[in-house]
Write a protein that binds this ligand. Sequence first.
Ligand code: SER
Length: 337
Amino acid sequence: MRKKTTLITGASGEIGDALIQKLLKEGKTNLVTLDIRPLAPEISRQITHVQGDICDQSLLARIVSEYEIDAIYHLAALLSTRAEFTPEAAHKVNVEGTLVLLNIASDQSQWQGKPVKFIFPSSIAIYGLPDLTEKANFLHVREWEWNNPRTMYGSNKLYCEMLGIYFSEYFRQLASDRPVMLDFRSVRFPGLISAFTVPSGGTSDFGPEMLHAAAKGEPYACFVREDSRIPFMAMPDAVKALVDIAAAPRSALSRRVYNVTSFSLSAGEFRQWVLKYFPQAEISFEPDIKRNDIVDSWPADLDDRIARKDWGWNPDFDITRSFEEYLVPNIKMRYQK
Ligand code: SER
């Protein structure tokens, strides 16, 4: 008998790390994780980790032969800045990797006779506003507005959302025997901030980088202008969004892709919050015009009212709680060690 399990890809990344800890805390130990990198030693003892490439079909075939997968959290991705330097590699991981996983979820749904849940973090990067005037005109962007990404990563995420919808609703639509289809559910995240890890390769990284540098007592030159504004969310809320959308009854979901957000800050305001807790921090602004253009194309805020209405989305951490109760105490502890 194959063991029932939840598969988590990109498990060694920022979201993966936090998600695994949350699931383990909730007593969910039947996890198989996959990542090109090893897992943090303190969590790898508790679960089965497979180290390898999500595009490696034979590796995935081995996982499928050993486990009955009832849900997939597909987190593996190359983020927006890194993807601009290696667009083909990004496409391979972000799109081809997702396609492989969707096919696995699809086969598993058919074999098990019930839809396998496919949970997919999408991103603010799927939006693309043409200029700062429109950005100021459309402060709270809704799911169907401005779906014009200007990065490889944003394009990959938007296309994968579409693939997820296709595999859930239209796959083999012309065949006489329609298969049992998977159940794709996705949230579009703003910039995420963790107290325990520093992101790498993203374009929203200026926020977390500023905070972690301050806690380490290192000077930081922010790569966007002071007025550059995007929404953010503390990592515990990000994993809560993933777990909650996975748990929602299908009948409550009027869509497959939802905006979720918590608070919106300009880089200058972010600096002020950091200075409140780390008054000695040396934070300057040395904008990188190209990375700033990407941030400028992302909305100043997201409208997440459909998620709130359909599945009760509500972040636990607003700006004050994020800094006071989650980020600052944990970051201080981390760097004091
Ligand atoms: N944090 C991501 C990035 O900056 C956006 O989703 O690429």
